[in-house]
Write a protein that binds this ligand. Structure first.
Ligand code: SAH
Length: 406
């Protein structure tokens, strides 16, 4: 272990004292020693008080990610299994965090929010998928994969560190088997009794949008007790592999139109619809740009009973908020216009930089322009296996509204 001490400016200390896990370069006053990127350093205040321990990266503006605020806790061999076990244990007691019974696919480690900055691990049946988002995790990923394999009894741990934010850490993309066997082309998962094929090697993120599990269940329940369910028409915009569609079809809705720009995603969506025993109709899988498809529906005067808008992240940083807000407003405005009276808009933003109150304001602005009335029936959020550390508000990113529109 390195014995490097990093002393912070008085101003830089405050957040650390409150256990925020990030130390930005501007907060650093002095470095005694020359840590290699990824090494453990001890963080102290100007007067020498112990503040915490974390891993160092000279290439990132987040210079240190803190792992511990307890002076007696060293970051040794026992530290990592202890932290992993805490994350695994927190997901073991099912109905507290899985509102609808235990799925066999969920997030096992949610980075900073589980006390292991930079490490994401998702479970898909027997397979674990690991993302190393930082240098400190990248240098330890083989060890972490071995531990996971042992502690979790997995078939294999597959790496999907193909994410843009690694560039900010001086890292390039890396994917492949870390330990154990290679996952098959598709891993079949069970989510609330629905079956999905997940391409963990090539799919988005680690293969599936696990964070939407509870919101998919909300959609699945919406028409369940509706005696006209079979006449309802749902538009599933940004459909990916048909997650929301499978749930909506399960509530006896016959028509769910899926729109996505990715032909590969739609092909898996077709397979997922079939896997759950529903008819696959070609006209219900539309490859295209949602912005254009919504305009097309407006021009052809089509109306829907429910529209789901689950776009990709429009704002990747605070700088992009304004432009992203225009994008969100645009699609929500068009969706409001396309809903029948009494219809439902289920609208999301997964941009962390767009806070929940701002998102609501954007949706309100869209409603005002559409000259409709609407009420919020539910506020939606990321699933419970994607917890948010109270010390780390950045951990909250997915927000949604379910609105009834008149
Ligand atoms: N609702 C999905 C996840 C959606 S992820 C689920 O529950 O699984 C966002 C999707 O939007 C991706 O599949 C991506 O291919 C698609 N996408 C991104 N930009 C798009 C655009 N302009 N038009 C249509 N689809 C788009």
């Amino acid at each position: 272990m390195s014995d490097v001490t990093v002393t912070l400016h008085a101003k830089g200390q405050k957040a650390v004292a409150r256990r925020h896990p990030w130390v930005f370069s501007g907060a650093v006053d002095r470095v005694d020693g020359s840590p290699a990127d990824g090494d453990i350093v001890t963080v102290r205040g100007v007067d020498g008080t112990f503040l915490g321990r974390g891993y160092w990266n000279s290439q990132s503006s987040i210079r240190i990610r803190l792992l511990s605020w307890d002076e007696s806790e060293t970051i040794d061999e026992a530290f990592w299994p202890r932290k992993l076990e805490r994350a695994i244990e927190a997901r073991r007691v099912d109905n507290r965090i899985y509102k609808h019974g235990t799925p066999n696919a969920y997030r096992l480690v949610n980075a900073e929010n589980d006390g292991i900055p930079g490490l994401v691990v998702d479970r898909y049946g027997d397979w674990l998928v690991l993302q190393a988002l930082t240098k400190g995790i990248d240098t330890r990923k083989a060890m972490l994969a071995e531990l996971l394999m042992k502690q979790f009894n997995a078939g294999g741990v597959y790496e999907r560190s193909d994410v843009d934010i690694r560039q900010k850490e001086g890292l390039t993309d890396e994917t492949g088997v870390l330990v154990g066997k290679e996952p098959p082309e598709f891993v079949e998962i069970d989510e609330n009794g629905r079956r999905f094929l997940v391409d963990v090697k090539r799919g988005h993120k680690t293969g599936f949008y696990l964070d939407q599990r509870e919101n998919r269940a909300v959609v699945g329940d919406w028409f369940r007790w509706d005696d006209q369910a079979d006449e309802r028409v749902v538009l599933n915009a940004f459909a990916y592999t048909g997650g929301f569609a499978v749930y909506a079809l399960g509530s006896l809705v016959k028509r769910v139109i899926n729109v996505d720009s990715s032909a590969d995603a739609l092909n898996v969506a077709r397979r997922n619809v079939a896997l759950n025993g529903f008819d696959v109709r070609d006209e219900d899988f539309v490859e295209g740009d949602v912005f254009e498809v919504l305009r097309y529906y407006r021009d052809s005067a089509q109306q829907f009973d429910m529209i789901i808008l689950d776009p990709p992240k429009f704002a990747h940083s605070a700088k992009q908020v304004e432009q992203a807000a225009r994008g969100y407003k645009d699609i929500n405005l068009m969706a409001f216009r396309l809903l029948k009276p009494g219809g439902v808009l289920v609208t999301f933003s997964c941009s962390g930089a767009i806070r929940t109150d701002l998102f609501q304001k954007i949706v309100f602005a869209a409603l005002a322009d559409a000259k409709r009335d609407a009420q919020i029936v539910r506020h939606l959020e990321q699933a419970g296996d994607h917890p948010i550390a109270l010390t780390f508000p950045e951990g909250e990113y997915l927000k949604g509204l379910l609105c009834r529109v008149w």
